[in-house]
Write a protein that binds this ligand. Structure first.
Ligand SMILES: [Fe+2]
Length: 183
């Protein structure tokens, strides 16, 4: 399976949105592989990580995010589970869809969804496998918005940003940062 074949069924090559998605996904895939190589004792599946990272944001076109050229009907926070629906419908093993569904924030708990009334299906969306944790963490180092493209994120700045959303997010990311030797 070539992730670009799937991406190109939903994004037109040559458009700004295609470039934003593919550049970001490549950055996240490379970062994910770099992280994975530091934790051989956790036996991460590198081939899976590369492909799943390329596909983690495939759902963004279904959301509204003017800054990156998305004009879909759904709130941006939905892009993870919407991506999962696409990957499941493409017939990929469920593991790909779960990476997409669980990568937003530091995962989103069922309690987060209920307490904040988030427009998401009521289920736990927190990374479980080492591959899901790696891709979720790697994603936090990069912004898709052209305005923040050159912003350099570090473990500490990510924790600070997550803490502004929710302390539980910051706590989970901190635990994974230890597990995965993040800088
Ligand atoms: Fe995302």
């Amino acid at each position: 399976m070539d992730p670009l074949d799937i991406i190109e069924r939903y994004y037109r090559k040559g458009t700004a949105l295609y470039a934003i998605l593919v550049d970001h996904s490549r950055q996240v895939a490379d970062k994910s592989l770099a992280i994975a190589r530091t934790v051989p004792h956790l036996s991460p599946d590198l081939a899976f990580i590369e492909k799943a990272a390329m596909l983690h944001d495939v759902g963004i076109f279904k959301t509204r995010a003017a800054a990156i050229g998305c004009d879909g009907p759904h709130p941006y926070i939905c892009h993870g589970y919407l991506g999962r629906e696409i990957l499941d419908a493409e017939g990929l093993p469920q593991a790909y869809g779960l990476v997409a569904e669980r990568h937003t924030g530091a995962g989103i708990t069922l309690d987060n969804i209920r307490t904040a009334g988030l427009p998401l299906p009521e289920r736990d969306m927190v990374p479980v496998t080492v591959e899901e944790k790696i891709i979720c963490c790697a994603d936090k180092y990069f912004s898709k918005s052209p305005k923040n493209k050159n912003k350099v994120m570090t473990r500490d700045s990510i924790i600070k940003e997550l803490a502004r959303i929710n302390k539980g997010h910051a706590r989970r990311f901190s635990q994974w940062a230890e597990l995965l030797n993040l800088e």
